[in-house]
Design a protein around this ligand. Structure first.
Ligand code: SAH
Length: 257
């Protein structure tokens, strides 16, 4: 179950933090680290700070974009040092730990995403996440060290996992649920859907690319809340294709007149 969980670090500047994050993960039984464009990696400093968790660094996947880091994921948590950076479903680390273990138990691939030391995650990156997680630190000094933030979230995942495996009935319930419930659409499938949706909304003149008015962000938030399954996604894509066809037909008719 824990192997379904990946920790994603975006554009980390200090290699020591990558090592610290690897150590924090290994202590809590997590193993999958994905690095999006790290400034310096691999490095002796990361190895030193990992102090024994070097296997996690050796197996870390290095990718160029957040989109690549999230391929195959159906549930994404984005962490932020600021409470309510943008209006989005917000959880504390404990609630996230419970949700992560529930969904990982049903076979979902999950990502915990952490931002840059100096500027965190961008709004665009945060909008790719289903939930935002804020560690309720003192608002006057809210930003934790990156590896420390990874520690807090990994700890909550572990506590929730220990509670779940300590109660077999709960785990069984998850397994039963997974055979009944439909498979969720992955992030890459959702990204292709958002691309198609935007294209269709422009085609029917609902979205003006000159004045987008946060429409796509709002729609991402709406669909992100809905746990869209793969079968539902196919219905939505079908509707978009037919809408585009109907809009093209309408245009041709207007031209004929
Ligand atoms: N100045 C940045 C701070 C980034 S700290 C900002 O305003 O966003 C680096 C990363 O550590 C953050 O992107 C986040 O992933 C994590 N982090 C730090 N403090 C956190 C907190 N209180 N809650 C959740 N994540 C936090």
């Amino acid at each position: 179950m824990l192997q379904n969980i990946r920790v994603v670090l975006v554009n980390t500047s200090h290699p020591g933090n990558i090592g610290g994050a690897a150590r924090a993960m290994k202590n809590m039984g997590l193993s999958r680290l994905v690095l999006v464009g790290p400034r310096i990696f691999p490095s002796a400093e990361a190895d030193a700070r990992a102090s024994g968790a070097t296997d996690i660094l050796e197996n870390a996947q290095v990718v160029a974009t957040l989109e690549e880091a999230l391929i195959g994921c159906s549930l994404v948590f984005g962490t932020s040092a600021r409470d309510r950076r943008i209006p989005w479903p917000l959880l504390d680390p404990r609630e996230s730990g419970v949700k992560v273990v529930e969904e990982a138990g049903r076979g979902a691939e999950i990502a915990l995403v952490f931002g840059r030391e100096d500027s965190g995650l961008t709004n665009d990156e945060l909008q790719r996440c289903h939930y935002h997680v804020h560690i309720p630190s003192d608002p006057d000094f809210s930003s934790l060290n990156l590896a420390t933030a990874v520690q807090v979230l990994s700890y909550e995942v572990r506590m929730s996992w220990l509670a779940a495996v300590g109660q077999p009935s709960k785990v069984e319930k998850h397994e039963v649920a997974s055979t009944r419930s439909e498979e969720l659409a992955t992030m890459d499938e959702m990204e292709r859907f958002y691309g198609h949706l935007e294209q269709t909304l422009v085609a029917i003149d609902f979205l003006d690319p000159e004045k987008p008015r946060h429409l796509m962000a709002r729609l991402r938030r709406l669909y992100g809340r809905s746990s869209v399954s793969r079968a539902e996604m196919n219905i939505l894509r079908g509707i978009l294709t037919e809408t585009e066809k109907a809009a093209r037909g309408e245009l041709l008719k207007r031209k004929d007149q």
